[in-house]
Design a protein around this ligand. Structure first.
Ligand SMILES: [Zn+2]
Length: 398
């Protein structure tokens, strides 16, 4: 199963090679074109090259992890976090170090040896170490190097009623959704983008969106879910089992209202369950994508992930399947209605000066429901969709 394979593959920010390899292997038979860029983003193009709105779907390959920064004389390894990790979740966890997957355990002072005040506060990351069973620095440095990474050693397993436990569901669950969709054919120029370095500041997504230059983008994520005992309903952000979560806003993005409404309408029409992602906290690649070039309308659809950014996470597999269903439904709707973007009023508009006597009275706001004609094609947003970076070569960005 692809979700299992993606979950168990190591891929910290900056070390996405193995995840990229899995995806290339999986999607090569289905792609029209598949390539990477200088940062390591992976692009999988499917469908026709032209005709209809150009759509970009993005999911990030990287996961939060640890980086080895020193080897102690005793053979233990000191580390720092790659991405946002709560140090309270680290103590006594099993990890795999480096591309070879060397087994290790995160060590700290046993509770018996801690002073009363030490027991009250979490152990600082600087005071933790990874024990790989080496007896001294020489033995350790034969197997590990400063700069190697460590990931949580969590096996993927189906648990309970239709749930799965694993690591890195943020955002391998999104990678798996994209991979499933890339295998279905759409009569739209579609680019599936597997981005790098989301967890340390949305770094891959901006350059990727610049290259694809889509008319519309969707980010598929694993997101916060705190639907556990004692949490207030409105603090849960999302609730597992209620379907994909459509983002209303987060720290980095407010999607266009018309886009949000259309996503919900498509879900309603096809009877796909969905929920609102109810929090302004967190952010994802949409934050970088929607600010690229002249601005790109970008929506986000997420699978709720309990215990996100921790060693063992839980997803509901029906939420995962319904995220595939909703995203597919949106693409099918665009296929059936190539003019949908105009209806959403997401395309660039030009409002010519009103003829004297026929327009609104001076000082009145422009009529919101009456767009002007399409802009001249020289704007780069013709009816055939945006140009690719290659097509725009030599064209100056204002
Ligand atoms: Zn994420």
């Amino acid at each position: 199963m692809l979700l299992r394979r993606l979950s168990e593959t190591p891929g910290p920010s900056g070390f996405e090679d193995q995840v990229r390899h899995v995806l290339i292997e999986e999607l090569r038979p289905h792609a029209r074109r598949i390539y990477t860029d200088a940062l390591g983003n992976l692009f999988v193009e499917t469908g026709p090259e032209q005709g209809g709105p150009r759509v970009m779907l993005a999911a990030h390959m990287d996961e939060v992890a640890l980086m080895i920064v020193r080897i102690d004389d005793e053979g233990t390894l000191r580390f720092r976090a790659i991405g946002g990790i709560d140090e309270r979740v680290l103590v006594s966890k099993a990890v795999r170090v480096g591309p070879a997957g060397l087994p290790g355990v995160i060590g700290s002072k046993a509770v018996h040896l801690q002073k009363p005040e030490e027991r009250k506060r979490p152990v600082a990351i600087e005071d933790l170490y990874i024990d790989i069973g080496a007896k001294d620095a020489d033995q350790a440095s034969g197997r590990v190097h400063v700069g190697d990474y460590a990931v949580f050693a969590t096996e993927y397993e189906q648990i309970g009623q239709g749930k799965a436990k694993g690591k890195a569901f943020d955002d391998r669950v999104g990678c798996a959704v994209l991979a499933e969709l890339a295998k279905r054919s759409f009569q739209l120029p579609t680019t599936f983008v597997f981005t790098v370095q989301e967890e340390i500041g949305l770094r891959g997504a901006g350059p990727a969106a610049y290259r694809v230059n889509p008319d519309l983008a969707f980010v598929i994520e694993g997101t916060l879910c705190f639907d556990v005992p004692d949490a207030r309903d409105e603090d849960s952000v999302t609730i597992q089992g209620r379907g994909p979560a459509i983002s209303l806003l987060d720290r980095a993005t407010i999607p266009p209202q018309s886009l949000i409404r259309w996503m919900a309408e498509v879900a309603d029409a096809r009877e796909i369950p969905y929920q609102w992602r109810r929090s302004g906290a967190g952010g994802n690649d949409a934050g970088a994508i929607h600010l690229t070039r002249r601005g790109i309308p970008t929506g986000a659809i997420s699978v709720p992930v309990r215990y996100i950014h921790s060693p063992a996470q839980i997803v509901d597999l029906a939420d995962y399947e319904n995220t595939i269903a909703l995203t597919e439904a949106l693409l099918r709707d665009l296929e059936d209605h190539p003019d949908r973007l105009d209806g959403l009023r997401l395309a660039n508009r030009v409002y010519p000066p009103a003829a004297p006597g026929s327009g609104p009275s001076p000082g009145a706001p422009p009529h919101p429901g009456r767009p002007g004609p399409e802009p001249p094609p020289a704007s780069g947003k013709g009816p055939e969709g945006n140009k690719t970076a290659a097509e725009e070569e030599g064209e100056q960005e204002p």
